[in-house]
Design a protein around this ligand. Structure first.
Ligand SMILES: Cc1ncc(COP(=O)(O)O)c(C=O)c1O
Length: 394
């Protein structure tokens, strides 16, 4: 029996394992599922109709490998309208099977074996596997609790002549941080000093709360020429199953990335790219309603978790909460998550897989992209958690 080193080095996904826990616990009785980042909401009707129309009009073949041209034009229009960034739909954009492929393809475009890739820790667990797939080496820079900021000195020390890229997930899963302009400018300065690429996963770009603004890294002076901007339809439009994302990069890098994309997946689903045009052309009200709704959900779950005795940074962005359970006397976050599922019927994701191997993170990630009654129910189910742990300790 033989496996490649990379296949052996990649751990199985803890987020996917948490869904198995949902299934096991559901078989025993009702649970509230706050685990995987799946929005519990329908896609906008007009977008669904556009996909149905595309399928009914027999748009069922491969389209342009780099992306359905009107969809690429809609992506370019969106970046121009929302962020004032000029993007050429023909030279700068590649449509991918989600941001998952986009980040993989970007790394495979620039990284050689042994190159270092910086990630902020905690990180979205895919990046660890993405870096292994590209035969590069992970270099961690900590985002420090409680507010998940990085120490500029630690960041500076992580850059060196082997650094090829830095992955920046902003807004950040799992910490929810929305990086400030000052933070992005410091990262940008170091990328330019060390000639490093910024691979930016901006999939939560529309979920930024309390008046914060999402800043696209490519708009920071000197960054457009070294940035791969990755985003997609999954989160904003509740379309995680459609598998449509994109990468924006300068023409030279786009041309190379397109070859990787061609041989990885060939093309993203045609009817869903066609419907993506309708999604990207939704009016501003769609985005303001999204923020209003998510702000209510964020507060509902944040209050419930605080009441249950967990510590947290009220989310600045995304639809997650990374809660600290170190007050509750669990051996580690896996034990905490198992206890929550078994005793309180709420399933979440244990935080360890967002950290370097063998970290006892004492963190639990909850997703609040759920119907409000489900979040309220989770609050009721966990209300006695703190008291119960106190009693169990005595
Ligand atoms: C930070 C981040 N990037 C990418 C993805 C996956 O995106 P896609 O569905 O576009 O592949 C997720 C999904 O949870 C995510 O949290």
């Amino acid at each position: 029996m033989h496996l490649s080193d990379r296949a052996q080095a990649i751990p199985s996904s803890n987020i996917r394992d948490s869904m198995k826990r949902v299934a096991i616990e559901t078989a025993k009785g009702t649970v509230v599922n706050l685990a995987q980042g799946l929005p519990e909401f329908a896609a906008p009707d007009v977008v669904k109709q556009a996909a149905i129309d595309a399928i009914n009009s027999n748009q069922n073949q491969y389209c342009d490998t780099w992306g359905w041209i009107p969809f690429r034009e809609a992506i370019a229009a969106k970046y121009s309208n929302h962020y004032g960034l000029t993007v050429d739909p023909h030279e700068d954009i590649t449509v991918t099977c989600g941001v998952s492929e986009a980040v993989n393809a970007a790394l495979l475009t620039v990284a050689n074996p042994g190159d270092e890739v910086i990630v902020f820790e905690p990180f979205y667990e895919n990046y660890f596997a993405n870096i292994i797939i590209s035969n590069a080496v992970v270099r961690y820079v900590k985002l420090h609790k409680p507010d998940f900021t990085f120490d500029p000195k630690e960041l500076e020390e992580a850059f060196n002549s082997k650094t090829r890229a830095i992955i920046i997930n902003n807004p950040n899963n799992p910490t929810t941080r929305v990086f400030t302009r000052e933070e992005l400018e410091l990262i940008a300065k170091l990328c330019q000093k060390w000639n490093v690429f910024a691979i930016c996963d901006e999939i939560y770009e529309h979920m930024v709360y309390d008046g914060r603004k999402h800043i696209v890294m490519a708009t920071i002076p000197g960054m457009e020429e070294r940035t791969f901007t990755c985003s997609g339809l999954s989160k904003t439009y509740n379309l995680t199953g459609w598998r449509v994302g994109w990468v924006i990069a300068p023409p030279f890098y786009t041309a190379a990335l397109r070859k990787i994309h061609d041989y990885l997946t060939l093309v993203a689903p045609t009817p869903f790219q066609i419907a993506g045009v309708t999604a990207l052309q939704l009016p501003e009200k769609f985005y303001s309603d999204l923020l209003t709704n998510y702000t209510v959900l964020r507060d509902t779950l944040s209050d419930a978790l605080l009441n249950a005795g967990l510590d947290l940074l009220r989310p600045q962005g995304t639809y997650f909460i990374l809660a600290d359970c170190s007050n509750l006397g669990f051996k580690n976050d896996q034990e905490a998550v198992e206890y929550l599922a078994r005793e309180h019927r709420v399933v979440a994701v244990s935080g360890f897989s967002f950290f370097r191997p063998n970290t006892n993170s004492q963190s639990i990630r909850f997703c609040f992209a759920k119907q409000r009654p489900n979040l309220q129910r989770a609050g009721e189910l966990m209300a006695a958690l703190k008291e119960r742990r106190k009693q169990e300790a005595t």
